[in-house]
Design a protein around this ligand. Structure first.
Ligand SMILES: Cc1cc2nc3c(=O)[nH]c(=O)nc-3n(C[C@H](O)[C@H](O)[C@H](O)COP(=O)(O)OP(=O)(O)OC[C@H]3O[C@@H](n4cnc5c(N)ncnc54)[C@H](O)[C@@H]3O)c2cc1C
Length: 503
């Protein structure tokens, strides 16, 4: 166990999740941001189902649901007509929708949570240097008065965005594609006769145009541009209205602009997420197309995955491989998001590569196909995220009644009486079928880091979802994913798997 705090660089959504989750687990944290005040911009406007499940575990899902528009699906439009629809309603989650709200509201909710955990962002404090040795990481922090403080930390989390100083300090670089597509972004009010709880994607000869709902009459527009705008240029509402008129073939009147900007898409990722005592998360680790709105969601989930591992490491209770599992689990997710977002953007923005009517036909045929449509909905909602090949999960899949096999590394279903029963500071051992003694032995062997629950399941609905059959031991990690699935009497295997995380 160390006395040194953990440093979180950057108080965007990713840094805020990391800092509040570390504090919840009793780890002292300093979170710094070079901006003197929070960013007021709406940037990422969709919080997807898997992130809402994470926010439920953090105790703030209600705040997001109260502040959002529940977006129930996306509609593809071509030449003024509906080509195809994707619906979130059949996604296997307690949240069959995306929560649409501006990013500054997301950040405010997370800052409030941080304050409730006893934390506060140090504003106007910039990381200007970072070194490390075997026992600590030393940061040079420039304060608002210009003085530079040298401070030692147990670990450092680089959540400092796409132009990350932490990334540079550890000597790594983004690898990927940098000659991006340019978009015009507008946050404004809009009068229109489209549904206010759906995303609309308009395909057109001159490029993609997307309309995302926000509370009230507010919306976010994103229009692909044929050419990169001149350096330093700012768009006007008239520019945006002209594109809307040309591409949507319907009455859509823009007013009350809050934010107009140009935005260029890059697709890149760092080759590694861990550098000794320093970790990269969020935009510091991966950037990609905003198609599907995955950037902020993926980043917040990076932070949630990392925080419980850092908590155990800080307390001297982590197995040797636990911190490495952050890269093993999250790098592949980042790579997949980059690939999927790129494909989605490519399919919708292939410009002159295909004649317009053929592209519309291709996209509508593909998206019109039910299994493909449901796969897209699950991918967008991020409910397909799982850590199957992870070095810290194990055991055997279980056949479940209606949902196919449940595998170690899947998200643990939060059904029936299990809602609110998991403590995100510990592993939870769920025994089905009268196996209380099994859970108690795990508690004895792993101390306060494992909590055991003998599942009370009178109608069998929880067991059916877990494939419990005659008896089952399921161990749920602090982040809600399944560390282990196995027989009640095979305690040794369960202990071997747990010992890969808790040492
Ligand atoms: C114009 C624009 C539009 C976008 N639209 C969308 C969208 O529609 N959908 C979507 O999913 N995503 C969108 N994004 C991306 C989304 O905003 C990011 O994925 C998300 O903000 C990532 O969060 P983060 O915490 O990793 O980084 P950021 O939100 O960038 O936060 C990083 C923080 O670190 C601070 N910082 C940086 N360097 C230092 C330093 N050296 N010392 C101290 N502090 C530092 C910064 O001040 C900043 O507050 C958009 C981004 C932009 C810029």
């Amino acid at each position: 166990m160390t006395e040194l705090p953990v440093l979180v660089v950057g108080a965007g959504p990713v840094g805020l999740v990391a800092a509040s989750e570390l504090l919840r687990g009793g780890v002292p944290v300093r979170i710094v941001d070079r901006l003197p005040a929070p960013s007021p911009w709406s940037k990422a406007v969709a919080v997807h189902a898997r992130s809402l499940e994470m926010l439920h575990a953090m105790g703030v899902d209600d705040r997001f649901v109260d502040a959002c528009v529940r977006t129930v699906g996306a509609t593809l439009m071509g030449d003024g007509n509906e080509l195809a629809e994707v619906d979130f309603s059949r996604v296997d989650s307690r949240y069959p929708f995306a929560a649409s709200l501006p990013q500054d509201v997301t950040e405010r909710i997370l800052r409030d949570l941080l304050a409730e955990q006893g934390g506060e962002v140090e504003r106007g404090v910039e990381l200007v240097g970072l070194e490390q040795d075997d026992s600590s990481a030393t940061a040079a922090l420039r304060r608002p008065d210009g003085s530079v403080e040298q401070a030692a930390f147990a670990y450092a989390v680089g959540a400092d965005g796409a132009h990350s100083t932490v990334r540079e300090a550890v000597g790594t670089e983004f690898e990927g594609r940098f000659e991006g597509t340019s978009f015009l972004l507008v946050d404004c009010d809009a009068e229109h006769d489209l549904a206010r709880d759906r995303i609309y994607l308009f395909l057109g000869a001159t490029g993609l145009f997307a309309l995302f709902p926000l509370p009230g009459k507010r919306c976010r527009l994103a229009a692909q541009l044929a050419a990169k705008p001149p350096e330093g240029a700012t768009p006007s509402l008239a520019d945006a209205q002209a594109i809307v008129d040309e591409r949507t073939a319907r009455a859509l009147r823009l007013s009350a602009p809050r934010w107009l900007t140009y935005f260029e898409i890059h697709e890149a990722q760092v080759p590694a997420y861990r550098f000794g005592r320093v970790f990269l998360a969020g935009d510091a680790a991966h950037v990609h197309s905003p198609a599907g709105g995955q950037g902020m969601n993926t980043g917040m989930q990076d932070a949630f995955n990392l925080a419980w591992k850092l908590r155990l490491a800080w307390a001297g209770a982590a197995a040797p491989g636990l911190l490495d599992s952050y890269h093993a689990e999250r790098h592949q997710i980042g790579a997949r998001v980059i690939h999927t977002a790129g494909r989605l953007t490519g399919a919708m923005t292939s410009g002159g590569a295909l004649p317009e009517h053929l592209r519309e036909l291709l996209v509508s045929t593909l998206v019109g196909h039910t299994p493909i449509r449901e796969t897209i909905a699950r991918d967008l909602s991020e409910t397909t995220i799982a850590y199957h090949g992870s070095p810290i999960v194990g055991g055997l899949p279980r056949r479940t009644v209606a949902h196919g096999p449940l595998r170690p590394g899947d998200a643990a279903p939060v059904v029936g009486g299990l809602a609110g029963r998991f403590d995100i500071r510990v592993h939870t051992a769920l025994s089905f079928g009268g196996g209380a003694a099994t859970g108690q032995r795990l508690e004895r062997n792993f101390g306060p880091l494992v909590r055991s629950i003998a599942v009370d399941d009178p109608d069998g609905s929880i067991g059916a979802r877990y494939g419990a059959g005659e008896g089952l031991l399921a161990i749920v990690r602090p982040d809600g994913y399944l560390a282990y699935l196995g027989e009640l009497d095979d305690l040794e295997q369960a202990e071997r798997v747990l010992a890969r995380a808790i040492g």
